[in-house]
Design a protein around this ligand. Structure first.
Ligand SMILES: [Ca+2]
Ligand SMILES: [Ca+2]
Ligand SMILES: [Ca+2]
Length: 146
């Protein structure tokens, strides 16, 4: 009886672990969809379930920029992102590298303008939750498995 219970428990844990992998779990029960939900609450100022470019710039430049230079360093980004969304540092670094399109180590309006157009898959000048989730899942897919 005891052996059977241990067997069932390990079977359950094995299933739970493989399920979390498929659900893009980032530790502490955080899923990409949770991050996008939280981001929307912060960034979607007019509450229309879409991110306009001004909303997007406001969220990632004004909100992340701590020294008022209107640019965001990797340190500022990791600090604010882990504070607002989750603390998986490897993933946060990949998100930063994905956002920093010209690869100079700083996020500027020019990076985010280009990123916005990349993410806007249906070219309606708005980022939907689905478009944002697609981008996040793409970045997550680049995370090396531990
Ligand atoms: Ca909006
Ligand atoms: Ca840059
Ligand atoms: Ca769109």
């Amino acid at each position: 009886m005891y052996t059977q219970r241990v067997y069932l428990l390990s079977l359950f844990l094995g299933l739970a672990l493989s399920a979390t992998h498929h659900n893009h779990n980032l530790g502490g029960g955080t899923l990409i969809t949770d991050i996008v939900d939280r981001l929307w609450i912060n960034a979607d100022i007019n509450d229309d379930s879409e991110l306009s470019e001004p909303e997007f710039l406001r969220e990632f430049i004004d909100n992340f920029d701590r020294d008022g230079q209107h640019t965001v360093s990797e340190t500022e980004f990791i600090h604010q992102w882990s504070h607002s969304y989750h603390e998986h540092k490897d993933f946060t670094q990949l998100v930063f590298q994905h956002f920093d399109l010209d690869g100079d180590g700083t996020l500027t309006e020019s990076d985010l303008h280009r990123l916005f157009n990349h993410m806007d898959l249906n070219a309606d000048t708005q980022i939907s939750k689905a478009e944002f989730t697609t981008m996040m899942a793409y970045v997550f897919g680049r995370l090396p498995y531990e």
